[in-house]
Design a protein around this ligand. Sequence first.
Ligand code: 48F
Length: 261
Amino acid sequence: MIVRSLPEDEITKIIVEHACKDWIKISRTDIIIVGAGPSGMTAARYLAKKGFEVVLFERRLSFGGGIGGGGMLFHKVVLGEPADQILREVGCKLTPVGNGIYVADAAEMLAKLASGAIDAGAKVILGVSVDDVIFRENPLRVEGVSIQWSAVQIAGLHVDPMFVRSRAVIDATGHDAEVVTVASKKIPDVSITLMGEKSAYSELSEQLVVEKTGKVIEGLYVAGMAVAAVYGLPRMGPIFGSMLLSGRRVAEIVEKDLRER
Ligand code: 48F
C-alpha cells in the first residue's frame, strides 16, 4: 500500500488557501449563530435547510455545549414531546420512558445534531469566540459580531478582533446569554435589562423558554438557556426538549423576519 503525502510547505499552502476562501465568504453572511449547544445546532440546521447562509461560531474546539455532560456526567439526557421529532429527523435513537418522555444517549445526540447542521449546509467554525456586536442607528439594529480566536482570549493577548456582518445574529450561548449581555451594555440607548436565570422549576421553564424565544432587538435573537437569562426564567437541568424546540422556533422567527425584509 502506498500512502500518498506531500511536502510540509504544500500542506500549509492548502490549509491556508482553503481556510481563507471560507473566511472571505464568512465575512458577510445571512445568519450568525453563536454557540454550538443544542439550541444553536438545531437553529443552524433548520435555517441552512431553508437555503440561508449560516455561520455558527463556537468558542470551544468541540460541539454540544451542555449535552456531552448529560446529567451530572451520567451519559444520558431526557426530553419530552414534541422535541423527539427533532432528534428523529437527525436519526438519533430514543428510548421511551412513558408519558411522552424519552431518554437519549448524550454522545449520539450531540454528534447527530452537529452532523445534521453541517449536512444541511451550515458552516461551523470552532475555536472562535464572539466578544461584541456591530450596531447601526436610525433604526437601531444589530448587524453582525466581533470575533476573536478563543486561544487569543485565553492567552490574554492584546490582539484586535475582526468583524463579520450578517442580517441576523442568534445568541445561543447558554446560561450567560453573552451576546445579549454585551449588547445591553455597549449599544448606546438600547433598553435591554437581563433578568438573570432563576432556580430550578423544570416543567415551567421547559414551556416558557420556548414561548419567550425570539427577537430581543432588531437583528438580535435569543434561543436556548440564554432565553432564561434574558427573561428571568427558572433553570431546568438535564431535560433538553425546550433547547431543541427553542432552536427550531428561533429558526422559524428569523426566517419569517428575513423573508419580510
Ligand atoms: O450551554 P449550551 O449547551 O447552550 P443551550 O443550547 O443549551 C443549554 C443546555 O446545554 C443545558 C441546560 C438545558 O437543558 O441547562 O445547559 O442553551 O451551549 C452554548 C455554547 O455556546 C458556546 C459554549 O462554548 C457552548 O458550547 N459559547 C458561549 N459563549 C460563547 C460561545 C461566545 N461568546 N462565543 C462563542 N461561543
